[in-house]
Unconditional design. Structure first.
Length: 304
């Protein structure tokens, strides 16, 4: 008879966990592609960020009013890391998409983010480095260098600026993640604090500088960005991710982030017409493999 268990889980539980994980990583990859698409129309990076922070902040405001800011667990530094680390990646990544393609964003932002988290966690939370993690770090670093070299590698070139912004996004998100772990906040609570903080900090500045520029954008562009950025990415993907982790465990659930670079590159082909080069594909594969290993994804076991 066929084995109906996967580890300590039933096959049905494992399948549900996989589907939740794939749904979450598909949304993470999709927001990069949709943001790049918005930048090709009449929207700016600041417009897209305003839509994301405004929609997510308003939707999650009742949740924060009920649950609070968790200041007693975060402190001032932790709260700043959550608010800034949860908001800055959106601004940096959107700005980076003005200079570099979506496939590079997928590899250098969500692709490198687990590496940045692991480095900060080792320094702040004293999490150990295993041999598998060291191997994963090497694969990620080689992939990042390959993408930078293939883009021309000259400091100051357009794509290099985009790459720096994507890497900055990964570091900022790592600060957010480590602060969340240290305070033992669940993902939705941390995301709600970040979204509401951005709502009250960024939106007033945006309207003071940009005025009502969003009113000039086509309605279909606004609706698409609001749904993908503010609803799907900032809220729904976190629910899916939380379900994957609860069904598969933290390491296996987090390993799905390794699929983001490849999915972003694939989505960019029909939507944006951006075809990665052969070196890009090799680098994306290396980064995906490295992140999978660093995230603690299950590796093949030798049978006795």
């Amino acid at each position: 008879m066929a084995d109906l268990t996967v580890g300590s889980r039933t096959a049905a539980q494992y399948l549900r966990g996989v589907l939740y994980g794939l749904a979450a990583v598909s949304i993470w990859s999709g927001w990069i592609v949709v943001a790049r698409l918005g930048l090709r129309t009449s929207l700016t990076p600041w417009d897209i960020a305003a839509l994301r922070f405004g929609v997510a902040g308003l939707l999650l405001l009742p949740y924060v009013m009920r649950k609070g800011l968790a200041f007693e667990r975060l402190g001032w530094i932790g709260l700043a890391a959550i608010v800034v680390g949860g908001g800055a990646p959106v601004l940096l990544a959107n700005a980076g998409l003005l200079f570099a393609p979506a496939a590079h964003a997928g590899a250098l932002f969500p692709g490198v983010m687990p590496l940045a988290v692991a480095v900060l966690a080792a320094a702040i939370l004293h999490e150990p480095f295993t041999d598998a993690k060291k191997l994963g770090f090497v694969l990620i670093l080689l992939g990042v260098l390959a993408i930078a070299w293939n883009a021309g590698g000259a400091v100051g070139s357009g794509q290099t600026i985009g790459h720096a912004l994507f890497l900055g996004s990964a570091v900022a998100w790592a600060c957010y993640t480590v602060a969340m772990r240290r305070a033992r906040l669940d993902g939705l609570h941390a995301a709600a604090v970040a979204a509401v903080g951005a709502l009250f900090i960024y939106i007033p500045v945006y309207f003071a500088v940009e005025g009502i520029s969003l009113a000039k954008a086509p309605r279909e562009d606004l609706v698409l960005q609001a749904i993908v950025q503010g609803l799907l990415t900032a809220i729904v993907s976190l629910v899916f991710y939380g379900r994957a982790v609860s069904l598969l465990g933290a390491s296996s659930g987090a390993a799905f982030a390794a699929l983001s670079p490849a999915l972003t590159a694939v989505m960019a082909i029909p939507v944006l017409g951006e075809w990665p080069t052969a070196i890009d594909w090799i680098a994306i594969a290396g980064i995906s493999t490295g992140v999978y290993v660093v995230s603690g994804g299950p590796l093949p076991q030798r049978r006795s």
